[in-house]
Write a protein that binds this ligand. Structure first.
Ligand SMILES: Nc1nc2c(ncn2[C@@H]2O[C@H](COP(=O)(O)OP(=O)(O)OP(=O)(O)O)[C@@H](O)[C@H]2O)c(=O)[nH]1
Ligand SMILES: [Mg+2]
Length: 333
């Protein structure tokens, strides 16, 4: 059997479990996860190398996690949807994820519409089946209903959280990919450098610690990332939109910021396999979600270009994350 390789786009409405699936398949925490919709804002690649197995070829699967499909109402939302479209462009297979526990809504319909005129094969993944009380009896009518929506290549029920059905899914993905050589070296797990994953980890902590509008009004930029032999120094700014939000993020006597900083630092230390000195600042950037220029600045691929051009001082670009001896696999998941 020839080696297979290809790009697999994970598509679906916010909160369907796309990032949970990416992390479960790669076996490492590459994307942040939260119970709040619209957690993921940029597309992220996760690279999975599969040895030859029973009935399937050896393969390199490049998974692309994407922001949730929604009707955008801000510059940030529009940028998120551009990320989705760019991930879909030229991919070899789409995994359309739907939450099996929820009624289909406009966003699911919109996701299906995006695929209607594309020749790319689409597997429908029914996620969160661990929450279905009715078991198979509940699943079969659902599958019949979904069959009518689109000519899906396959329909596969899974639980990304419990890692159920992932073997079947991987077999189906491998079989659907074209024959071809690997795109990435075998030790690379993602295209996202640790510098930007660190910003995401801080944002995840903010998402978990705050409520209402604040999670959506917050973004994080790493201003400096200096990797030493034993210590990495990171300086980052949490941006929010209003003074009141800044007050909440800092908290009484700085308690909230301290809590966010400590838990983020511990996670980043586990990711890097070394001690981290983390400095956090909070700044107000009024209505940043409406500013196209600011939203563009948040794009880590763009930031990386600027860093390598030497336009940002003091900052070292970190290379894409690799599996390393120092870093334990799966410690963050
Ligand atoms: N019970 C259960 N919960 C799940 C499963 N998969 C994901 N979740 C939960 O669903 C929520 C959303 O998961 P994410 O992986 O962040 O969803 P997403 O599709 O990436 O969401 P966005 O980035 O906002 O588009 C989290 O609370 C997950 O723990 C599953 O198989 N079963
Ligand atoms: Mg996500």
């Amino acid at each position: 059997m020839p080696f297979r390789s290809g790009f697999v786009c994970i598509l679906g409405r916010p909160n369907a479990g796309k990032s949970t699936l990416l992390n479960a398949l790669v076996g490492e925490k590459l994307a942040i996860i939260s119970p709040k919709p619209q957690t993921t804002r940029n597309r992220i690649q996760g690279i999975l190398n599969l040895p030859k197995g029973k009935g399937h070829a050896a393969a390199q699967i490049v998974l692309i996690d994407t922001p949730g499909v929604h009707k955008p109402d801000s510059s940030l939302g529009r940028k998120m949807m551009v990320e989705v479209r760019e991930a879909l462009e030229g991919c070899d297979l789409v995994l359309l994820i739907m939450d099996a526990t929820r009624k289909r809504d406009q966003r699911d319909e919109f996701a299906i519409q995006m695929l209607k005129h594309s020749p790319t094969k689409v597997c429908l993944i029914l996620n969160k089946v661990d929450l279905l009380r009715g078991g198979k009896g509940q699943l079969l009518p659902l599958i019949e209903e979904y069959k009518k929506l689109h000519a899906f290549h396959e329909i596969i029920p899974i639980s990304a959280l419990k890692r159920d059905g992932l073997d079947i899914l991987l077999k189906a993905v491998t079989a659907a990919l074209p024959a071809g050589p690997p795109y990435f070296p075998p030790d690379q797990v993602t295209d996202q450098p640790s510098r930007f994953m660190s910003a995401e980890i801080i944002r995840e902590r903010v998402l978990m610690e705050t409520e209402e509008e604040l999670p959506y009004a917050t973004t994080v930029i790493v201003d400096a990332f200096e990797e030493g032999a034993r210590l990495t120094r990171i300086s980052a700014t949490i941006y929010c939109e209003r003074e009141g939000q800044k007050g909440i993020l800092i908290g009484k006597k700085g308690q909230m910021l301290k809590r966010i900083g400590t838990s983020a630092r511990l996670q980043i230390e586990r990711m890097l396999g070394m001690k981290v000195f983390l400095e956090l600042y909070v700044k107000v950037q009024p209505n940043w979600r409406e500013s196209r220029a600011f939203v563009e600045e948040l794009d880590w691929r763009r930031q990386l270009e600027n860093l390598t051009d030497g336009r940002v001082e003091r900052a070292e670009p970190s290379s894409p994350r690799k599996t390393g001896k120092k870093k334990k696999r799966g410690v963050l998941s």
